[in-house]
Design a protein around this ligand. Structure first.
Ligand SMILES: [Zn+2]
Length: 263
């Protein structure tokens, strides 16, 4: 882009028809380079979603690594971590400390408190973003638009009833960029696994409290008051293709171990 040349071109018919078609207002509406540099580059709200075990946390940590390597400072957020030392961990062994977010946490205040403490926050990595409230997603959008904080959010698409999680729905509505994560988890039949099934005592269930999805271990959920599960039942999750989710067919190894962890 060369403003002085354009200004001349507008007063004399241009022999190049492509340049002649350029609107005459272009030179005056394009701000000077110095002006543009005075505004921060626009930030973005990006959302990556998929079923369990699709590699979300691995991707989240990869994005963090790439950003940190460019000298940017980030904050990692997660939800539903019961370890007492919140962190984002992936199946391939990567782990990073994270900040546990509650449903009542105002994410704008969280970031500002870090700023007040003298810590830069150039970007946020949000794992388990399906558990965000719609209001918290809007807070992320405000951080992007008003404070130029880049946000990468990662979450499950649907719950075991095949319905969007509230946080996921709001992110699909307002994110600048939405990507379905390349599915690397397969149904037992070999087709791509798209949907999360809740399995109670070896059978698929389609009703109950969504929040039980937070129980990432293949163990009973005795402390879940609204769960359909009692202390004696085995509750776990299995990724199925759409057809086998509809049919409720869990395959020959449905009760086997090793395929139950939330990523
Ligand atoms: Zn299948």
């Amino acid at each position: 882009m060369s403003p002085p040349d354009d200004a001349v071109a507008m007063t004399v018919p241009d022999p190049d028809p492509r340049r002649r078609q350029r609107p005459a207002t272009v030179p005056t509406t394009v701000p000077a380079a110095g002006n543009r540099r005075s505004h921060p580059a626009p930030a973005h709200l990006r959302f990556f979603h998929g079923p369990m075990d699709c590699g979300k946390s691995t991707l989240a940590l990869q994005v963090d690594h790439n950003q940190a390597r460019q000298g940017r400072s980030g904050l990692l957020l997660t939800q539903g971590d019961r370890s007492g030392r919140p962190r984002i961990s992936s199946r391939v062994g990567l782990t990073r400390e994270a900040v546990e977010v509650e449903a009542t946490t105002d994410l704008r205040l969280l970031v500002r408190s870090h700023w007040a403490g003298g810590r830069r926050v150039d970007y946020l990595i949000v794992d388990e973003a399906q558990f965000l409230t719609p209001a918290q997603v809007d807070q992320l959008a405000e951080l992007v638009d008003e404070s130029h904080v880049d946000v990468w959010a990662f979450g499950l698409t649907t719950d075991f009833r095949t319905r969007l999680f509230p946080g996921t729905q709001r992110l699909l509505e307002v994110a600048d960029d939405v990507q379905r994560i390349q599915v690397e988890v397969l149904c037992w039949c070999g087709l791509p696994g798209l949907l999360n099934a809740r399995v109670v005592d070896g059978a698929i269930v389609r009703h109950g409290a969504t929040v039980v999805v937070a129980d990432t271990a293949p163990t009973p959920a005795p402390d879940e008051p609204s769960s359909t599960a009692s202390a004696a039942t085995d509750v776990h999750y299995q990724v199925l293709c759409r057809r086998h989710h509809v049919l409720g067919q869990l395959g020959p190894t449905a009760a086997g171990p090793g395929q139950l962890a939330l990523s």
